[in-house]
Design a binder for this molecule. Structure first.
Ligand code: ATP
Length: 218
């Protein structure tokens, strides 16, 4: 048998957690104060119940203490989210995961014993930024607060062109220290050396200049 989950607050985040857990074969109790929202989750949960998540007696009557996990996704309203977390932790639910709206909310949840705090927009935003960043940048060495060395993958835009044509130094103030191609590393690239798509350029410069080169130069 799968685990038992209670998902409380069925906005965009909570409803998706609920549907996915249910699809994965778990027993999921879906709770929301809004009847229409609960209706929509009827076929995507084991039980869907209209209830106020800050009402301790109701939560007890729903047998929540027997659940392995509770996910609280009442994001916009901080107070009920905090109250509900307190009640569920007091009830002894081992894993109470809570969606936080902002840093203050996050801090309070930490203090009252939430087992995991999720800030979806923040976390996803950071992940996406790293993925976007690493599309070209494959390594990064910080020389100082202002200067760094990065390894960037040459794009089609600068392919079949010489270093002097790309003119990284004059246009962006950065220096190409080396060019890696397959297993070979050219550590003293000359102005007339060609760059091909997929080459790895080792570029040194001011962080802002490297960013400009990455965004505009290639
Ligand atoms: P999302 O971004 O995931 O859509 P949100 O952060 O905007 O969500 P809200 O819309 O504030 O979050 O709340 C999510 C759900 O929580 C709503 O469906 C709302 O009806 C429900 N909710 C709010 N307060 C309570 C409460 N006291 N008891 C039960 N459910 C509640």
């Amino acid at each position: 048998m799968g685990k038992q989950f209670a998902v409380i607050g069925l906005g965009r985040f909570g409803s998706n957690v609920c549907k996915e857990l249910y699809q994965l074969g778990h027993e999921v109790l879906a709770i929301d104060a809004n009847e229409n929202i609960v209706d929509r989750l009827k076929h995507h949960s084991s039980h869907a119940v209209v209830a106020n998540a800050t009402d301790e007696a109701i939560l007890k009557s729903l047998g929540l203490r027997n659940f392995d996990y509770a996910i609280i996704a009442i994001g916009e309203h901080i107070q009920p989210s905090i109250l509900c977390t307190l009640i569920l932790k007091e009830m002894g639910i081992k894993q109470v995961w809570v969606k936080a709206q902002n840093t203050q909310h996050h801090k309070v949840l930490e203090k009252i014993g939430a087992d995991r705090i999720i800030q979806p927009e923040k976390e996803m935003g950071m992940r996406i930024a790293h993925q976007l960043d690493s599309e070209k940048i494959i390594d990064y060495i910080e020389l100082s607060k202002e200067y760094s060395i990065v390894e960037v993958v040459a794009t089609a835009k600068i392919s079949n062109r010489t270093l002097v044509e790309v003119d990284v130094r004059k246009r962006f103030g950065c220096t190409v220290l080396a060019v890696k191609r397959d297993e070979q590393v050219n550590i003293s690239p000359l102005p007339n050396d060609f760059i091909y798509e997929g080459d790895i350029l080792v570029v040194m410069g001011h962080k802002n200049d490297i960013k400009r080169f990455e965004n505009k130069g290639m």
